[in-house]
Design a protein around this ligand. Sequence first.
Ligand SMILES: O=C(O)C(=O)C[C@]1(C(=O)O)C=C[C@@H](O)C=C1
Length: 133
Amino acid sequence: MSDTQPTPNAQRHSGDYDPHASSLRGEVDPGVMEELLAVRGSIDNIDATLVYLLAERFKATQRVGHLKAEHALPPGDPGREAAQIARLRRLAEDAQLDPAFAEKFLNFIISEVIRHHQAISASRAGDGADPLT
Ligand SMILES: O=C(O)C(=O)C[C@]1(C(=O)O)C=C[C@@H](O)C=C1
């Protein structure tokens, strides 16, 4: 990459991350290690993308949290969640991803979102609680 090109965030913030870190060094055939490192490069790119995607999702849900708090709406919307889960399970099946895992993953994210919504609502109510977001 030339000096005039901006450095992508994923590289700028990787700190002292060593993409070759492994406990397998010396125990694996060098050819196998090379292949493993190549695949791990893709895994690292995917993980970085997941972080950026999640950051965008939480930015969006933070707006929802403020909207809900402003209009005294409940943090959770079970009807919406049921529709989201049914849709993601179908998408997961099409993508050959375990639908049970997709459901668990979405529930994990939503429970964190609801915690953020509750914190926003509590901080707006002036009870001194710090919003988490
Ligand atoms: O859409 C909303 O009402 C949200 O608060 C967002 C969200 C989500 O993370 O997708 C979170 C909690 C609700 O139960 C449903 C959906």
